[in-house]
Design a protein around this ligand. Structure first.
Ligand code: B3K
Ligand code: ZN
Length: 855
């Protein structure tokens, strides 16, 4: 496979100011004529290289004349234009959308046609430079059978429609904004719309449409409300207005990721559009809100200012994730949102940064760009933006982003452009900070308190190390902003003010002030930097912080650390000292009435995987055992508290206020703790909640709790759930998922059986992820000592890769964590990676992931 290097970037030799596309639509055959107006930018004659992927050029014309001066170079079309400096190049191609199982380019989903072009899917529709720094104005004509495709959509505005011959009709769309090919979209199908409108800050009326299949309209209201909130928020917080008269969203069931920000025509996975209380959990509602916002925000951070090349992906993704996180924080509880975001970072990004696929947020090379839509580029990328915002404060940050949008509007920009705009606009020197873009690996900070008995002065010693990562053995110290505060155990009067420490050397000593005794150290408050802090704690310090810290994230963190320390000690064979955790949970629960959502997050035990991340060699079985034991101990010791929470009736499922969501979340946690005890009535209690539930949040929480056990109620509930929702794909995904999450010892076998279930299909990425994504997150199951879990995953990758390499390749990384496990498991994992690599015709996607994972 060819490796593409960031430093090999060269500006395009040909620009393409105009693209006119003509589609004769059909599910099995779509004919495409593309007319590219090309203009030479290179000084000397240069061939026009148009990228293709599995395309055949049926005819080529230049300036209206048949043209023979072209050849294929592998998949690409090379047109010799002699010494012309401008031309109109027309190419006819023919594609089969129904056979497109990769879901890249133009494909059929439930007899509708839709497109996905990012990153390199446009070249599966027609020949084109297909690089993000080539921006064009698009004019799209499409014609198709009126009965099969009553709705015809593309980017921009519909400027004309008409009837054709033989029952066809056509539409002409024009997008006034120049855009890269990856933002092109087309949708044709039998769709219904939820229409609304939004009036922008400057008084322009924007028509909004959310297009779904008949019967789904009533489940689009939350998405529509989220869209309008996003539009208003981006005006208020970033001064960004929408720039077309039309904004359409289409929901499709077969989609490789969450959604796509095509200009004026977002295409979404149904999962992030459809929601009603009966079928969607509160978390699903939040997912809809967050993804609708994310894609909408891309209109500025991504579309108006796009990326020069794919190495700059975090320019749009990191920034846009930061923007959607801030938006969701403003719509609900900021503290809870921060906890959730950090949990995602630790679950998905930290392991990536610590493994063979580690890469900087701005990678240096890739073989297949689809493999770089990672938690590092997205979520760590967002943390890098957040650190800049933290260092300069909101007003200066806004000056920086204003300058960025102003300077680069209409351009294809780089991460460096963004950093320079923040430097210039906010007035800060980010020279050293830039290392966050180039160095991979999660920095570790060792923190140590030291006091002077005579003076009572205390200092904090900090030391940073950045672990080696592939291709980066040695790292330079980074600039790490740490929000820090020290508390006096006995009197708040002597608390120091919070300080923002900018750690910019390998070591530093920070004066904390005068304290009567060792102060309580609150460090990395709000998770101000994406780092791991190692800090020796005095007895009782974490419990004190869990109860008294005035930063909610730090309170959460202290309790998590206390749980983690207890669990890691138990797993390492030390006598389990569970009392401190039980007491701290009890104390935290006392605040449940005031802030149930926060309390629910705070009292959750760390995941099995995160416990494993603390160990040199992960012992999945011991982690499973000790975590369950601690869960049971907390369940039993606080039984009356959990029962009291459950005795308080659930708020109606239609109540989606943060308070109601928080109460449901806490009820779910209470049920899980009770479910972990040996109490005889626990299954019946869960079953009653399952049966009485008036919405999916309670229903799913009860089902998930039952799924861990082996009660009669479990089988019964699973059956009821299946019968009730078998025709609703998104809910059926949950049925697969809860079984793959199960802590039962036979989960590997259950997943193997579920993969043979008539409702399981490799054609739908949501279904694949529901079963296998959940399974690989189930640490003790996936890592079953005999390797059955690894084999199951590799079998799936091998079966899926020929159909959908992008989705297949994304499932490989869990096999690459072999260095963290014992020798027997490591050998089994490597064997499965080897088996994947040995498949003839393995995709570039899977080859890159599997080969890098073996190193
Ligand atoms: N930009 C798209 C991701 C496309 C992924 C292609 N493999 C969705 C998003 O981040 O908003
Ligand atoms: Zn995005």
């Amino acid at each position: 496979p060819v490796t593409i290097h960031r430093t090999a970037y060269r500006p395009p030799e040909w620009r393409v100011p105009e693209v006119a596309l003509d589609f004769a639509l059909g599910l099995e055959e779509t004919r495409v004529t593309a007319a590219l107006s090309v203009v030479r930018d290179a000084d000397a004659p240069a061939p026009l290289v148009l990228r293709g992927d599995a395309l055949t050029a049926e005819a080529v014309r230049v300036d209206g004349e048949a043209w023979n001066g072209w050849r294929m170079d592998g998949p690409d079309l090379v047109v010799d234009l002699g010494d012309r400096t401008a031309a109109v190049v027309e190419v006819d191609t023919r594609i089969d959308p129904a056979a497109n199982s990769q879901l890249m380019g133009l494909y059929a989903s439930n007899s509708m046609l839709c497109t996905q072009c990012e990153a390199e899917g446009f070249r599966r529709i027609t020949f084109h430079p297909d690089r993000p720094d080539v921006l064009s104005r698009y004019r799209v004509r499409m014609e198709g059978d009126k009965a099969a495709f009553p709705i015809l959509l593309s980017n921009g505005n519909c400027v004309a429609t008409g009837e054709g011959e033989g029952g066809t009709h056509w539409a002409l769309w024009e997008d006034p904004w120049p855009k890269p090919s990856y933002l092109f979209a087309l949708v044709a199908g039998d769709l219904v719309v939820n229409r609304d409108h939004f009036t922008t800050l400057s008084g322009r009326r924007v028509e909004l449409g959310i297009w779904v299949r008949a019967g789904d309209q009533d489940r689009t209201h939350h998405a529509m409300a989220s869209l309008k909130h996003s539009m208003a928020w981006d005006e208020q917080v970033y001064g960004r207005e929408y720039d077309l008269d039309l904004f359409n969203i289409v929901a499709v069931s077969d989609f490789n990721m969450g959604a796509m920000e095509n200009k004026g025509l977002n295409v979404f996975n149904t999962r992030y559009i459809l929601a009603d209380p009966d079928t969607a959990t509160d978390a699903d509602y939040d997912g809809v809100e967050g993804v609708v916002a994310h894609e909408y925000f891309h209109n500025w951070s991504g579309n108006r200012v796009t990326c020069r090349d794919w190495f700059q992906l975090s320019l749009k993704e990191g920034f846009t994730v930061y923007r959607d996180q801030s938006f969701s924080a403003a719509m609900g509880s900021a503290a809870v949102k921060r906890i959730e975001d950090v949990r995602v970072l630790r679950a998905a990004q930290f392991p990536e940064d610590a493994g063979p696929l580690a890469h900087p947020i701005r990678p240096d090379s890739y073989q297949e760009i689809s493999n770089f839509y990672t938690a590092t580029v997205y979520n760590k990328g967002a943390e890098i933006i957040r650190m800049m915002a933290t260092m300069v404060g909101p007003e200066r940050f806004r000056r920086g982003t204003d300058l960025y949008f102003d300077r680069h509007d209409g351009e294809a920009a780089t991460c460096e452009d963004f950093v320079r705009a923040i430097e210039d606009g906010a007035g800060i020197d980010l020279t050293q900070f830039r290392l966050w873009y180039s160095q991979a690996g999660t920095p570790r900070i060792a923190a140590r308190l030291e006091g002077d008995a005579a003076s009572g002065e205390w200092v904090l010693h900090l030391a940073q190390t950045i672990p080696p990562t592939p291709g980066q053995p040695d790292k330079a110290p980074m600039l790490i902003p740490l929000r820090i505060k020290a508390f006096d155990r006995d009197g708040a009067a002597q608390d120091t003010a919070e300080q923002l420490v900018l750690l910019d050397h390998a070591d530093a000593t920070v004066p904390l002030g005068r304290f009567a005794g060792r102060p309580m150290l609150s460090i990395n408050r709000g998770f101000s930097a994406p780092v791991i802090v190692d800090c020796a704690r005095a007895p009782g310090e974490l419990a004190w912080l869990a109860a008294h810290d005035d930063d909610p994230f730090a309170r959460y963190e202290a309790l998590q650390q206390l749980m983690l320390d207890t669990l890691v000690a138990a797993v390492s064979g030390e006598a389990a000292e569970r009392g401190a955790v039980v007491d701290a949970v009890r104390e935290t629960l006392a605040g449940a009435a005031a802030d149930p959502a926060f309390v629910a997050e705070a009292v959750l035990l760390p995941s099995e995987a995160f416990i494993g991340d603390q160990m040199v060699t992960v012992d999945p079985d011991a982690i499973r055992r000790e975590r369950l034991a601690l869960q049971a101990a907390i369940g039993e010791a606080l039984e009356s508290e959990w029962r009291a929470i459950l005795a308080d009736p659930a708020p109606p499922a239609t109540d989606l206020s943060p308070a109601a969501k928080g109460r449901r979340r806490l009820r779910g946690v209470a049920l899980a703790y009770l479910g972990a005890t040996a109490r005889d009535d626990a299954p019946a209690l869960a079953f009653a909640i399952f049966s009485d539930a008036d919405g999916m949040t309670e229903r799913q929480a009860a089902l998930a709790t039952l799924a861990h056990g082996d009660s009669d109620e479990r089988a019964h509930a699973l059956d009821i759930f299946y019968q009730r929702y078998r025709d609703n794909p998104l809910v059926l995904d949950k049925w697969f998922q809860v079984q793959a999450w199960s802590l039962r010892p036979d989960t590997v076998d259950a997943v193997r059986d579920l993969a043979r279930h008539p409702d399981f299909t490799l054609a739908n990425p949501n279904r694949v992820r529901a079963l296998y994504g959940a399974f690989t997150a189930n640490q003790a199951a996936f890592h079953r000592p005999d390797g059955a879990g690894y084999r199951l995953l590799a079998d799936l990758v091998i079966a899926l890769d020929p159909k959908n390499p992008q989705t297949a390749a994304r499932l490989i990384p869990p096999l690459g964590r072999w260095k963290r496990f014992d020798e027997a498991r490591a050998a089994l994992m490597k064997a499965e990676l080897g088996r994947i690599l040995a498949q003839p015709g393995l995709s570039r996607d899977a080859t890159e992931q599997a080969s890098k994972s073996l190193v």
